[in-house]
Design a protein around this ligand. Structure first.
Ligand SMILES: [Zn+2]
Ligand SMILES: [Zn+2]
Length: 350
């Protein structure tokens, strides 16, 4: 039987959130029904609710940083049991047959994976995300949340955490490596923590020094303001890896100049407008300019286990269901330390 779930819904671009209900599908053989406890607020939720990227299907229920408890399982489920602490990230299915899927890089599925919300299941049903009491997901796309991680601290790991963990691992951040993190928001604060735990020497590059104390507390060894031109001279040719978490257009040539021989600048934040850079900036020092998108299911589990082992979680501000519109305004002003997480229990009491 399909289940009805309370949810926060936006019915048109620019509208505010309303309490409403959505239907979750009847459990298929491999499905897991999850009682959601917390859902993180990702910047991409805001873009899609406002239809900034075009193509949003309304009504929309955002949320792809989901943690909760298994409430029921389909007859063939083997990976999860009722009562397990679990999470769901940015996608809920992939083709499972293409080369990236077979290689465990299902975030790069060639058919296109099924986004957790504002997407369509392969059977055509519109997907609704985590700002809701329950969700039904195939067991292969459900992560185990280790008991040492709090639900609220774990939620943002499902998008912000894996989005920075994947490039840090791919480009081998670790002892002897110098890593710069550009921007100290939801993504950036996790990049600092994870890069530090991996053993890299971590530098934060932020517009001003206003978050310097927090940056050092999170694990940064150095902290520089990018509004100070001297920063780019001082740090010229320094880094093995620059992780850019900023979604505004930056002067890319200036940042490429910070890379040492064979260094790479990886973008995980996406500006809406095209970016410009000079190829000469890459010639010097055989530098690379790259991008990276979230992470696969296998690597997301690895990231959760790594965070549990190292005592890492997101720094969060927990809010109720009626505070989401206000939280969006604050995210847009960068007024959050460092991620908002919705206490989904507050959806029940109207
Ligand atoms: Zn996200
Ligand atoms: Zn695939």
């Amino acid at each position: 039987m399909a289940t009805t779930s309370a949810a926060l819904v936006v019915t048109s671009p620019g509208a505010t959130f309303e309490r409403s209900t959505i239907e979750r599908r009847e459990l298929r053989d491999h499905d897991v029904l999850i009682d959601i406890r917390y859902a993180g607020i990702c910047h991409s939720d805001i873009h899609q609710v406002r239809d900034d990227w075009g193509g949003t299907t309304f009504p929309i229920v955002p949320g792809h940083e989901i943690v909760g408890e298994v409430a029921a399982v389909g007859p063939a489920v083997t990976r999860h049991a009722v009562g397990d602490r679990v999470g769901v990230g940015c996608f809920v299915d992939s083709c499972r047959e293409c080369e990236p899927c077979k290689d465990g890089e299902d975030q790069y599925c060639l058919r296109g994976n099924v986004p957790t919300y504002n997407g369509r299941d392969y059977d055509g049903e519109i997907t609704y995300g985590g700002y809701s009491q329950t969700i039904v997901v195939d067991e292969n796309y459900v992560l185990r949340v280790p008991t040492s991680l709090s639900y609220e601290g774990a939620a943002p790991l499902l998008c912000a955490g894996i989005t920075v963990y994947s490039p840090l691992r791919h480009w081998a951040a670790g002892p002897g490596k110098k890593v710069a993190v550009v921007g100290l928001g939801g993504l950036g604060h996790m990049a600092v923590k994870i890069a530090h735990a991996l053993g890299a020497e971590v530098t934060v590059l932020s517009q001003t020094l206003s978050k310097q104390d927090e940056g050092r507390r999170l694990g940064a060894d150095h902290y520089y303001a990018t509004n100070d031109k001297a920063t780019f001279k001082t740090l010229s040719g320094t880094f093995d890896l620059v992780i850019n978490t900023v979604s505004a257009n930056l002067p890319i040539d200036a940042y490429l100049g910070l890379l040492r021989l064979n260094g790479t600048m990886v973008n995980v934040g996406a500006p809406a407008e095209p970016s410009e850079f000079r190829v000469f900036s890459l010639f010097r020092g055989r530098r690379s300019l790259a991008g990276s998108s979230i992470g696969g299911i296998r690597e997301t589990q690895e990231m959760l286990d790594f965070c549990a082992e190292h005592g890492l979680a997101a720094d969060v501000e927990v809010i109720g269901a009626d505070q989401v519109d206000e939280a969006y305004e604050r995210v847009l002003r960068s007024d959050v330390r460092f991620r908002f997480v919705i206490d989904v229990a507050t959806l029940a009491s109207a």
